[in-house]
Design a binder for this molecule. Structure first.
Ligand SMILES: [Zn+2]
Length: 294
């Protein structure tokens, strides 16, 4: 566990797990992917002599809540697991993620641990601030990457979840998953004017005092993808064809059935935003759903 202030630190990993602590109690921000991640967190908490009394999830992607169940089993004094509204439902019923990605009773290939964490109880966040002994944890709305993602601020440290990704991940995956393009763009612009936090901790990048470069890179990535999709709609086509052409054109890896669904749904998020801006239109023709530039 790396402490940033007396009360706030994090456990580094594939997903950075936030820790907010008093003398002997702690609250976690997210819990990693699975039992394995949970065990690392439990070991870190034991080493720091803190009893985990609560979990604050940022959003309902499996790599952020999949450790909840194991943590809950290990800490008998755990009083709450909070998540943003709607996301709490996915944590309780993880099948909802493959359901919304597939749109029907999902095929087995979409039920792996990266799309479905172990279920755990979760309640919607009760208020915009969570008191914890003498500390106050502030909830920051960061929708776009998922339907209702939030971040948390405590002791001047900001856990900003998956609102931004580092350059390495942008380049490796070529297409960042997005649920709502307009919301994500608003979220990114809101991150340009942050109060002078002591530290900002993204889930998938090292903590830093200044994220403006990352924010600019993420904004540019979204602009490039949006432009590429708009250009591809110059000839009418289905979202399926468009996804395939986008991946070929930009060397975006598409190697598995679940990756295909993430990409297709991200493309749909961009198309929905372009439709709202009246840049494209959508209609049914020759028994296909067609998107075309206006
Ligand atoms: Zn995520």
């Amino acid at each position: 566990m790396k402490m940033i202030t007396q009360h706030v630190g994090f456990i580094p990993g594939p997903v950075n797990v936030g820790v907010i602590r008093t003398e002997d109690q702690g609250i976690l921000v997210d819990t990693g992917l699975d039992d394995q991640s949970a065990k690392r967190i439990i070991a870190a908490a034991e080493e720091a002599s803190i009893d985990i009394i609560g979990i604050l999830n940022t959003h309902a992607h499996a790599d952020h809540y999949g450790g909840n169940a194991r943590i809950r089993k290990s800490f008998k004094d755990l009083r709450f697991i909070y998540a943003p509204a709607i996301e709490d439902a996915v944590i309780r019923y993880p099948i909802l993620e493959p359901v919304y990605l597939f749109g029907a009773n999902p095929i087995a290939q979409l039920k792996g641990k990266f799309l479905m964490g172990k279920p755990s109880p979760a309640e919607p966040l009760p208020s915009p601030t969570i008191p914890f002994e003498d500390l106050t944890i502030q909830v920051i709305s960061l929708p776009g990457h998922s339907i209702n993602q939030v971040g948390y601020v405590c002791d001047n440290v900001f856990f900003c979840a998956d609102s931004i990704f580092p350059k390495g991940i942008v380049e490796k995956y070529g297409l960042l998953y997005c649920f709502d393009v307009e919301a994500q763009q608003k979220t990114l612009h809101s991150l340009k004017n942050l109060p002078p936090y002591k530290m900002i901790v993204p889930s998938h990048a090292r903590p830093r005092q200044n994220i403006s470069l990352l924010v600019e890179e993420n904004i540019r990535h979204m602009e490039e993808i949006s432009e590429a999709i708009l250009n591809l709609t110059s000839a009418p086509k289905t979202a399926d064809t468009l996804t395939s052409q986008l991946c070929t054109q930009r060397d975006i890896p598409l190697k598995s059935i679940w990756q295909y669904h993430l990409h297709l749904n991200t493309v749909k998020a961009y198309l929905a935003a372009l439709l709202k801006e009246e840049m494209v239109s959508v209609f049914v023709e020759e028994d296909a759903l067609i998107w075309v530039r206006k």
